[in-house]
Design a protein around this ligand. Sequence first.
Ligand code: SAM
Length: 242
Amino acid sequence: MTDWAGYVAGFHEERPGITEDLLALAEAEGHTPYSWAGQAVPAGGRILDLCCGSAPLREHLTPTWYVGMDLAAAELARAAARGVPVVQADATRLPLPDACVDAVVVSMALMLVPLRETLEEIARVLRPGGVVVATLPAQGPLPLDDLLRYGRLSLALRVRGINYPNDAELADFPSVARLRVVEDSARAFLLDVDSVARADLLLDALYLPEVAPDRLPVARRVVAKWVGHRIAIPIRRIVLSR
Ligand SMILES: C[S@@+](CC[C@H](N)C(=O)[O-])C[C@H]1O[C@@H](n2cnc3c(N)ncnc32)[C@H](O)[C@@H]1O
């Protein structure tokens, strides 16, 4: 069985900010995935940016108080370099008192953290009436051409799609710890693959814990054919209220 926690820790120490490098280039309806997430967060208030990575969300928020938390020291160093206050912490054990924040944002992480423990911990630090905004990789919407492209990529990698440990549990968002779903939607963000470097970035930003190293050159040849196309990256946004 995959040691997801160990794999993700190593991935982010080696490639800090790679999620931001990719997703900040993807657009839908005038938004990147980060501005779309930020749009759902109420203005003002105390905000926890959980699993903040390099903290790309910060510029899309207007808090009175903000802290980013993540486990990966290299990600936090990149966030700190942009002047953002950050603390190294595990999502399942937050160094915050009960009911102390008005909103929690979690961009592209709930699919891989220990889900129930993290949601319990979010509910603990969130004040009653507070809001959670989470984004996640989604299966769709995907145009047929891109469905075929991702299919070819999966074949090259010899994996059955791009999967994450919490996929099954997140398919129907779990009602955990007094958190109620108030919005669940998805958009396809388009990445203009204008160079082989950008095609490689798309591949390198994927978690591929079970892929044999000799499959990567094959996958690189597949994504190199995407140059000149706009490739959809589907993302889901969930808004929860406590
Ligand atoms: C895909 S990245 C997303 C980073 C950033 N939020 C973004 O959207 O660009 C997932 C992040 O979750 C962090 N992470 C994974 N497991 C964690 C845990 N148990 N506690 C805190 N952070 C964790 C990783 O270090 C990584 O920075």
